[in-house]
Design a protein around this ligand. Structure first.
Ligand code: F6P
Length: 318
């Protein structure tokens, strides 16, 4: 029997637990022995590697986060720690690895593969949806639904009070979550890093709308614009003339009960990744596009920054 391991790296997403469950079940079905590596690359270095069984994944499909923990590892960037990591895998005869993470984690794995030849497949997992080459990253749908519920609730209070709410949405350098939220929440303003903005352009229109009876505004602001949301709120208060509040949704966007879409995507990502490893592919990232799943090189996925869908951006400009 061959041995296969899985680890989670970087920001956790809802969908990792369903992926872990399917990893154990599908590995056993394929006569592989599944192992969990706890706390990401840190656990790989510290030998936190344990055989996984059905019992370990019972009941976790409904839970956000990851049962095996995640981490951002600085040590894995150093050669001497990667050697320790490789020795730990070797001791357990693990020669296939699945990594749930973002492009930083994949770059680390690329170096690891080149040094030590451990076969691996990366599964794009980040709520930011900012990995080049894939339309979908695990966790995005759950994050969008959590944001949707939060903004619907904010609308209730905004409309009761004649206020402007500036809602800050996660996305380190990418406006995807903010843009989709704007298009699906009926907000009045959306600021994302991909499109330069000038608040002056909204001034006359917003003032006119208040005159015509508008009671409240909802402004969606991406974390990626690197602007203090309070400054946008102050603009509403001082220039537009409406009381304002800032609401930073923060890490609630990363948690919560995984949606049906994320459970299904977790299932499919895992099945396809394991099949690909069994067919002998040595290092790849599994990507999802309209035409289905395909496998890309790490270089293709990590060498350029993801560009947001032009059609979606057009909707914002209109
Ligand atoms: O996982 C992605 C992300 O949530 C980004 O949207 C955000 O910028 C960052 O991680 C936050 O990281 P941390 O959890 O380390 O504060």
């Amino acid at each position: 029997m061959n041995n296969i391991a899985i680890l989670c790296s970087g920001g956790d997403v809802s969908g990792m637990n369903p992926a872990l469950k399917q990893f154990v079940e599908y590995s056993l079905e394929k006569n592989l022995t599944p192992y969990f590596i706890y706390d990401g690359f840190e656990g790989l270095i510290d030998n936190e590697i344990k055989k996984a069984s059905y019992c370990d994944v019972a009941g976790i499909i409904t839970r956000g986060g990851t049962k095996i923990g995640s981490a951002r590892s600085k040590r894995f960037m150093k050669k001497k720690f990667r050697q320790i990591a490789k020795d730990n895998l070797k001791k357990l005869n693990i020669d296939m690895l699945i990594v749930l993470g973002g492009d930083g984690s994949f770059r680390g794995m690329d170096i690891f593969y080149k040094e030590h030849g451990i076969k691996f497949c990366g599964i794009p997992s980040t709520i930011d949806n900012d990995i080049n080459g894939t339309d979908y990253c695990l966790g995005v749908d759950t994050a969008l639904n959590i944001i949707k519920t939060s903004i619907d609730a904010i609308r209730d209070t905004a409309s009761s009070f004649k206020r402007a709410f500036v809602v800050e949405i996660m996305g380190r350098d990418c406006g995807y979550l903010a843009l989709i939220t704007h298009l699906t929440s009926g907000s009045e303003l959306c600021l994302i890093p991909e499109i330069p903005y000038d608040l002056k352009n909204y001034e006359n229109e917003f003032k006119k709308q208040i005159k015509n009876g508008r009671r409240y505004f909802i402004a969606i602001v991406s974390e990626g614009i690197k602007q203090d949301s309070q400054i946008i709120a102050d603009w509403f208060e001082n220039t537009i003339g409406i009381e304002s509040r800032v609401s930073i949704l923060g890490h609630i966007q990363r948690g919560g009960n995984p949606t049906v879409k994320d459970r299904l995507m977790a299932y499919k990502f895992i099945v396809n990744a394991i099949d690909e490893l069994l067919q002998g592919t040595k290092e790849s990232i599994i990507c999802y596009e309209e035409k289905g799943f395909n496998f890309k090189s790490i270089k293709e996925v990590t060498s350029t920054t993801k560009v947001l869908d032009k059609k979606l951006l057009e909707y914002l400009k209109n």
